[in-house]
Design a binder for this molecule. Sequence first.
Ligand SMILES: CC(C)(COP(=O)(O)OP(=O)(O)OC[C@H]1O[C@@H](n2cnc3c(N)ncnc32)[C@H](O)[C@@H]1OP(=O)(O)O)[C@@H](O)C(=O)NCCC(=O)NCCS
Length: 134
Amino acid sequence: MNPLHPATFAALHAQAFPAEPWDEATFTTLLPQPGMRPFLDERGGFLLMRIVLDEAEIITIGTIAPRQGIASALLAQGIAAARAAGVARLHLEVAEENAAARALYAKFGFTLSGRRRAYYPNGANALILTLDLV
Ligand SMILES: CC(C)(COP(=O)(O)OP(=O)(O)OC[C@H]1O[C@@H](n2cnc3c(N)ncnc32)[C@H](O)[C@@H]1OP(=O)(O)O)[C@@H](O)C(=O)NCCC(=O)NCCS
């Protein structure tokens, strides 16, 4: 898998997020942006993180083969890359109702730093989670 190939990301994203897939054009725009760090797992997973100065954001993460440790491996890689780049805090947004993702982030030590009401198109609240790296 070519880590910079928008079609690869779009195909995996569509399987992980069937209700709200991001198309190839979206990844064509996102991937070359400054600070963007893409990660792929050959078992079927992706992570896109953006680093800006000493902060980083998980833009999207997903797997197509659940509960095999793929997201954990990708997150561990992302966190290591962020640390190596001097990042102090890593942020992400997750739907309040997304129990699987919230359990994953809790396992890595992310804590609640904010809430955005009715943030998603389906009306779900978004939680903002943060992991301090220093
Ligand atoms: C959330 C998601 C990324 C987890 O990926 P994964 O590869 O299955 O995760 P892992 O196998 O690394 O699991 C790590 C931990 O996450 C938690 N977890 C993962 N899936 C879970 C589930 N369905 N229910 C409860 N906890 C779950 C567990 O704590 C798990 O550790 P354990 O297996 O030792 O109990 C995956 O379910 C997914 O792609 N979902 C759709 C896209 C999505 O919601 N992305 C996140 C948006 S913020």
